[in-house]
Design a protein around this ligand. Structure first.
Ligand SMILES: [Fe+2]
Length: 327
């Protein structure tokens, strides 16, 4: 693997007050930062899906019995590619859980109502069953549970049943997106903090009494707009359309301007990979370094996924200290 050199778009772009970033020009990002331990993988093969995000990993069967050398290579591959895709993993739910557990403590999502797949016996694996009764709730770009003080490290999703076509998941590389921001924008956002909250999203289907009852356990959180990944020092954008409410310490107009600009930038095609699922495809994404979007284009067909997520840490900004005090 060798890094491609970054071609910064700033001098090529026609910057306007209303649309400063959405102009044509090269968007060629580094896949990893300078401190990345860049060595070949020996335990499996890696086939890139795009220049910076997403790779198909072949040659291993997922489970709890992967040895430490393989896990170390997988940790390195996840940092490099942000999304790892494993095909033809007709594994038991217990193996799915054992694999996810090797990455850290598993967590539950407090609001999403999980369906139970017929025959499901392992209560620790949650099944997302999406059909006409639960349509279109994940087709917004987001980092999972960014409203939490310590958002998920990542998630491991296995396709149980997929439509013949449709139901793809898209991922966006928020490290590449940060790197290719003009310096003037970086200077504006590097030390800013944003508030994230679940109420305007999950709370839409709740009564005020239910929201009030949940609030003490699930307060809003404050996170750096630019997050630093501890293992690599890499910077990544950490605001998203689902949960980020506002940037603190600036006017509402400036907050809206910056968030709109950043969202549009992250959503540019050059930062994306689009995963077409097959039955028994497993996707494992680093929730810190990418956002995702589940396309809701397949109803009335069904899409059933087994999902596990892994506890993450409190985001740290460039200044080096967490800001995730509860709002
Ligand atoms: Fe999600």
């Amino acid at each position: 693997m060798s890094n491609v050199s970054a071609v910064r778009p700033t001098h090529k772009m026609h910057v306007t007050a209303t649309d400063p970033l959405y102009a044509s020009g090269p968007l060629v990002a580094d896949r990893v930062g300078p401190s990345f331990d860049d060595r070949p993988y020996e335990r499996f093969s890696v086939a890139p899906m795009t220049p910076t995000i997403g790779a198909e990993v072949d040659g291993i069967r997922l489970g709890g019995d992967l040895d430490e050398e393989t896990m170390a290579e997988l940790r390195r591959a996840l940092l490099e590619w942000k999304v790892l895709v494993f095909r033809d993993q007709d594994i038991e739910r217990s193996a799915h859980r054992a694999f996810a557990s090797k990455w850290g403590e598993l967590e539950e999502h407090p609001f999403i109502k999980y369906g139970k797949y017929p025959g499901q016996t392992d209560a620790d694996v949650v099944t997302l069953e999406r059909d006409v009764s639960v349509a279109g709730i994940e087709n917004n770009w987001h980092h999972d549970v960014s409203w939490s003080r310590a958002p998920s490290f990542g998630a491991v999703l296995r396709a149980v049943e997929v439509p013949a076509v449709g139901g793809d998941t898209l991922f966006a590389d928020t490290c590449a997106a940060y790197d290719l921001l003009p310096d003037a924008i970086k200077e504006r956002i590097d030390s800013l903090v944003a508030e994230h909250d679940w109420v305007p999203n999950f709370g839409k289907s709740m009564t005020p009494d239910v929201i009030a009852a949940l609030r003490p356990d699930y307060p809003a959180a404050q996170h750096p707009v630019v997050r630093v990944i501890p293992e690599t020092g890499r910077r990544t954008l950490f605001v998203n359309t689902n949960f980020t409410q506002r940037i603190l310490g600036v006017s509402e107009a400036e907050s809206n301007e910056l968030l709109t600009l950043l969202y549009r930038h992250v959503q540019r095609a050059e930062f994306q990979v689009r995963l077409r699922w097959r039955k028994d495809t497993v996707a494992f994404w680093d929730n810190r370094t990418c956002q995702h979007y589940a396309a809701s284009d397949y109803y009335p067909q069904r899409r059933i996924m087994d999902r596990l997520s892994i506890v993450g840490d409190v985001p740290v900004g460039i200044a080096g200290s967490p800001v995730a005090q509860e709002a």
